[in-house]
Design a protein around this ligand. Structure first.
Ligand code: PEP
Length: 258
């Protein structure tokens, strides 16, 4: 039997390697204003170097996350940033396994499970990204890929430890391409995510976890996507760099009925 739970919509703005210091601070202030009073958990993910300026603009309605964290706790890891350091400066969350890291930098599920451990130990909300490539979708393997990535990335973590987990379903072919999954396709993939979580943990856990969609979400298509019961919000790249567009996306998530 399905358990009815209320899941607060989650909207993330992944700024990737964009903006200037002044631009990041300005966008952070506009985004915080757009999130004010909305029924939404809004998190922006600036480049590492702009975290402090962005954190200076955080409010009760908008917090700041990192685009990645190290799988290690401390030591001789040149160029890496630990989850504890991110928490120390005021981050609330971190992306884990964005496709630009899985596919661009060869990050594996075995590495990602360690990153999730570090994020959880530090008290950061892990936003785990999963999703298939176009070749995998065309080969009819989309759902198998999602399941494999979830099982691999979450291996070794208990349901209790993962209480804050957010899963972002991000089909690789839709990221930064202007090509969005249809609400039907996205909803179907989200059901796969929940089915996998239910089989790994419990139905209750699968119904409580936020599952969000990412891949060319914009001010025009957000409401249709978020109207689906399965889709608890979005992880937004390009459109999160435009304050007006992102405000519309936040508003669409906030008015979603759960
Ligand atoms: C992303 O960066 O996770 C993303 C979905 O980007 P875009 O919205 O630009 O497709």
């Amino acid at each position: 039997m399905a358990i009815r739970v209320s899941r607060t919509p989650f909207v993330g703005g992944n700024w990737k390697m964009n903006l200037t210091r002044a631009g990041a601070a300005e966008l952070a202030r506009s985004t915080a204003a757009a999130a004010a009073g909305r029924r939404v958990e809004c998190v922006v993910f600036p480049p590492f170097v702009y975290l402090p300026d962005t954190i200076a603009a955080r409010t009760a309605d908008m917090c700041v996350g990192a685009q990645d964290c190290s799988a290690e706790t401390q030591g001789a890891f040149t160029g890496q940033v630990s989850a504890a350091m991110l928490r120390d400066i005021g981050c609330c969350a971190t992306l884990i396994g964005h496709s630009e890291r899985r596919h661009g930098l060869g990050e594996t599920d075995a590495l990602l499970t360690k990153k999730i451990a570090r994020a959880l130990e530090a008290g950061l909300t892990p936003v785990l990204c999963v999703g298939e490539t176009l070749a995998e979708r065309d080969a009819g393997r989309a759902h198998a890929v999602i399941e494999t990535q979830l099982r691999g990335s979450l291996a070794g973590h208990s349901e209790d430890a993962l209480a804050t987990l957010v899963v972002a379903y991000e089909p690789v072919w839709a990221i930064g391409t202007g090509r969005t999954a249809t609400p039907d396709d996205a909803a179907e993939a989200h059901r796969t995510v929940r089915k996998t979580l239910a089989s790994m943990y419990s139905v209750r856990f699968s119904e409580q976890a936020r599952v969000i969609y990412g891949g060319s979400v914009n001010a025009k298509n957000a409401a249709d996507l978020f109207a689906r019961e399965e889709i608890d919000g979005g992880l937004v790249g390009g459109a999160s760099l435009n304050a007006t567009d992102f405000a519309a996306i936040i508003a669409a998530a906030s008015s979603r009925r759960t």
